[in-house]
Structure formats: structure tokens, C-alpha cells
Design a protein around this ligand. Structure first.
Ligand SMILES: NC(=O)CC[C@H](N)C(=O)O
Length: 234
């Protein structure tokens, strides 16, 4: 598996992501500077978490206009995989590669804790190794994490299977109390219509080895491994 991890001024999860992909999983992973349009033949492009350009204007708004996003757009159009984690999710929405937007959390506070999410859809390259309805416990760390689309658009997205993760309580129920940031429909992660671009607010790279207090993030990486292996052997 070859993965490019895009680095913007203000990214702060690029090293964590590279660590997991290279050192924990043994993939070939390398950083790509935001001014570059060269993705090095990557099968997967990761837009990592952080505060690109200091979250000025709106989180992800400036990064979405970086030269590398043109390459990411071409990569996605050619059938490549793209994963946006937290700030990366914000960038994908700002770039119009995913629908909707991320607004400030409903209590206007930065949230830094773990959250339970439920896997709503396993028919994506990012969740294929999980079970339907599986619970994952992952860290969250954001201020602008309230996912927003109109109710009509959310319904269409649900019909198309684009809602991939939802915030739930420890018993797996999508109750309002589990929705700490105020996302529509408790949405924690979504994918593009073709399922090849995924954005999620929780951080799988911060929970991918027991030393970090949890390894539920491995479900995302193991799903991607399965997908890449099946396409290269097909
Ligand atoms: N962990 C992150 O990626 C931070 C996300 C983002 N810049 C926010 O606070 O909204």
C-alpha cells in the first residue's frame, strides 16, 4: 500500500498518521507538501488533522485552495482513494469534494475526548473489514466539528449510503446526548457517492496501537488494506 500524507502549514497529525502507516502497518507512506501536485503514485491520499493556515476564515477554507488539492481532485476522479481526518474532512468539504460543511461545535467549545461512533455502512473501502453497526471508540479533538447539510440533502445522502459513521452512546444508540458537537443526524463521517472519498471527524490514527489507549482505528486501515489487496490481485 502506497499512501501520501499531505502536509499544510498548521497540520499537526501528519507525523502521527505517517507513524501509523509506516511503523505500525508497514505501508509505504510519505509526506507531500501542499504546494506540490505530485502524489508519488499513491493509492491512498490522506489529508490529516490539524489547523491548516491557522483555521483562518473557516477551518480548511484556505487549504482547500492549495495547489495540492488539484492533484487530489484528479486522483479522486481517476478512482483513487482519499481520506480526510478532522481538518482533512473540513478541507474536503471546503473543496467541494464532499457535500456539506463543518460548523463550530454547538457549545462553542473545543472538544478533546474519546467518542463512540457506529459504523453505518460497510460497503466502502474504508469500512469493509468492520461489521455493520460495529462500535468504535476514537479520540476527537476539534472546535469546528458540527456537520451540517439541509434536512433534504441529509435524507438523499442516507438513501445513497453516504452516511458512514454516527455518534452514539456506549450502547450504540444515536441519542442526542452522544451528539456532543451538534452534527445533523449525529453524523461523524460521510463518503462521496462513489464511496472513494471519506471524511471523518474522529481520529483513527490516534488509536491504532494499544500503547495509545485503544486500537479501534485499525478497522479503517485494515479495511483499506483489504480493498487495495483485492483490486491489485483482481
Ligand atoms: N484535530 C484537528 O484536526 C483540529 C480540527 C480543526 N482545525 C478544529 O479545531 O476544528
Amino acid at each position: 500500500m502506497r499512501a501520501a500524507v499531505v502536509r499544510f502549514p498548521g497540520s499537526n497529525c501528519d507525523h502521527d498518521t505517517l507513524w501509523v502507516l509506516e511503523r505500525v502497518l508497514g505501508w509505504e507512506a510519505f509526506p507531500v507538501w501542499h504546494r506540490s501536485q505530485e502524489l508519488g503514485g499513491a493509492e491512498l491520499v490522506v489529508l490529516p488533522g490539524g489547523f491548516s493556515f491557522g483555521d483562518y476564515l473557516r477551518a480548511g477554507a484556505i487549504a482547500a485552495r492549495s495547489p495540492v488539492l488539484e492533484a487530489v481532485r484528479r486522483h479522486a476522479a481517476g478512482g483513487g482513494l482519499v481520506l480526510g481526518i478532522c481538518n482533512g474532512f473540513q478541507i474536503l468539504c471546503e473543496a467541494g469534494l464532499l457535500p456539506g460543511t463543518l460548523r463550530p461545535n454547538k457549545d462553542l467549545r473545543f472538544h478533546c475526548h474519546t467518542a463512540h461512533i457506529r459504523v453505518e455502512r460497510i460497503e466502502t473501502p474504508f469500512t469493509a473489514a468492520a461489521a455493520p453497526g460495529q462500535l468504535l471508540e476514537l479520540p476527537v479533538a476539534h472546535f469546528e466539528g458540527a456537520y451540517h447539510v439541509s434536512p433534504g440533502e441529509l435524507e438523499r445522502m442516507e438513501d445513497r449510503g453516504q452516511v458512514v459513521f454516527r455518534y452514539v452512546d456506549a450502547l450504540g444508540r444515536p441519542v442526542p446526548e452522544a451528539n456532543f458537537n451538534g452534527s445533523v443526524g449525529n453524523v461523524a463521517g460521510i463518503c462521496s457517492e462513489d464511496g472513494r472519498i471519506l471524511g471523518m471527524m474522529p481520529h483513527p490514527e490516534r488509536a491504532s496501537e494499544p500503547l495509545m489507549g485503544g486500537s479501534d482505528g485499525l478497522w479503517i486501515w485494515r479495511s483499506l488494506e483489504r480493498r487495495i489487496l483485492s483490486t491489485t490481485t483482481a
